[in-house]
Write a protein that binds this ligand. Structure first.
Ligand code: GLY
Ligand code: MN
Ligand code: MN
Length: 438
């Protein structure tokens, strides 16, 4: 928890935007609970992304209430100041300071939430909250609504309509504002530096966790204390396990190393994959496969622009991969036949990307009315084709256990895109150069 209050402008702007989308009613957005790890130890605290997006407030034990309509208001419920607890756990704002520092209309102690909510819900037409996210909240909120209903004889009505507040919020978060893009560019910069550092460091005989340590060091020394997801550091055959996070094996001369790692900076994720030779030089078969994945990624990035559909990059990558798999004798027949039969799925079984933002697999619909949505300026997505060749009778032996993925973070701009993670070496010559000289 930092004592430095953020610039309130982006957050007040977003709350206003939410009020416009709600039109009328009351919204309630709780932050995340603290989670016990074992005994008295907790996992490092991570606030709820929706809550933080609207507040910039990083303490646990807080709830945001937003009123839309004739008298719009933003009200924070948070922990009270507590001199004794602050000696143990550190500074907390308390309602008075939070009101001023974060630009709320009012703030109250979290203990008063239920009582105040019964008051605030009265005569509101609609109630917005994250329905179904947490069974305890579901029960609590519906019980409070019943308490408002019990006041019917005094002429007070309870909200008739209950809606998921994540619907408008997901759509808002899909389009990144200037404040978010600044942070995402910085997160990308730190993560590209970490991949470069890993390439410089790696030698045969090291353990995967030694390389992981280099990544974490580079994240942390620039203020990104946490990775956005568990780093995948997968040497040789381990790269063919998509979610390999063991990171314990020894790196062999002649193998490739796949690293999928990105830092979280100020609540925003970066997500980069690079694959490079442990000894600094691609072998012939490795290079053949690598160039195909690289070409697939280039084809996908080329079509990641307005107003192509969300699926255009995936389709473009698949065509290049299908032709490459035929050339490598991994698949038989024409490109059309490989796409039609989906025989490529033996070697490429995931999709080519996802939205990226506060969450690594960020919020936002991929389809609208059952059609892939068009790409629009301000969206950020990953482009991450790969090829994973497990030993099999139908596979040439020299290709066994090659696993390659290349992943970048791409911002859609008004007439094209900006690759936020461009600085991480990617071509065969760039990678071999970095590993030779740095
Ligand atoms: N690192 C998670 C992903 O690439 O989707
Ligand atoms: Mn990734
Ligand atoms: Mn990804």
């Amino acid at each position: 928890m930092t004592r430095t209050a953020p610039d309130t402008a982006p957050y007040t702007e977003r709350r206003k935007h939410l009020q416009d989308k709600m039109q009328r009613g009351i919204a309630l957005i709780p932050t995340a609970p603290e989670v016990a790890r074992n005994a008295d130890a907790h996992y490092d605290y991570r606030h709820d992304s929706h809550f933080y997006y609207l507040t910039g407030f990083a303490e646990p034990g807080a709830v945001l209430v937003v009123l839309a309509g004739e008298e719009p208001q933003s009200i924070l419920f948070c922990r009270e100041k507590d001199a004794e607890r602050e000696v143990w756990d550190g500074f907390r704002y308390g309602p008075d300071a939070a009101t001023v520092h974060f630009g709320f209309d009012a703030a109250y102690p979290i203990e008063q939430l239920d009582e105040k909510l019964v008051e605030l819900m009265g005569n509101q037409a609609a109630l917005f909250y994250p329905i179904g996210m947490d069974a305890v909240w579901d029960a609590r909120i519906l019980k409070l609504r019943e308490a408002v209903k019990a006041k019917a004889r005094t002429g007070i009505r309870a909200p008739n309509e209950v809606r998921d507040v994540r619907e408008p919020l997901n759509e808002m978060r899909l389009f990144k504002d200037a404040h978010e893009l600044d942070i995402m560019r910085n997160a990308a910069k730190i993560s590209t530096g970490a991949h470069r550092r890993a390439m410089r460091f790696t030698r045969p005989g090291q353990y995967e966790y030694e390389v992981e340590a280099e990544l974490l060091h580079e994240f942390c020394r620039y203020g990104a204390r946490h990775p956005a997801y568990t780093s995948i550091v997968a040497g040789g055959a381990n790269a063919c396990t998509l979610h390999y996070v063991g990171n314990k094996a020894r790196l062999s001369d002649g193998d490739l190393l796949l690293i999928d790692a990105g830092c979280e900076l100020e609540s925003y994720a970066s997500d980069i994959t690079r694959t490079f030779p442990v000894n600094g030089r691609f072998g012939a078969a490795q290079k053949d496969v690598y160039e195909i994945v690289l070409a697939a990624q280039a084809a996908a990035i080329a079509v990641a622009k307005p107003v192509n559909s969300w699926n255009a990059p995936h389709e473009a990558a698949l065509r290049v991969l299908a032709q490459g798999f035929i050339d490598l004798k991994l698949c038989k027949g024409s490109v059309e036949a490989v796409l039609e039969s989906e025989s490529y799925k033996q070697f490429y079984m995931h999709r080519t990307g996802h939205w990226l933002g506060m969450d690594v697999h960020d919020v936002g619909e991929y389809k609208i009315d059952s059609n892939w949505r068009p790409l629009q300026s301000g969206m950020v997505l990953t482009v991450e084709p790969g090829c994973y060749i497990r030993p099999s009778d139908n596979v040439p032996r020299e290709l066994w256990n090659i696993g390659i993925r290349i992943e970048d973070d791409v911002l859609i701009t008004s007439n094209g895109n900006e690759v936020l993670t461009q600085a991480a070496p990617k071509t065969v010559s760039e990678i071999e150069e970095v590993m030779r000289h740095e």
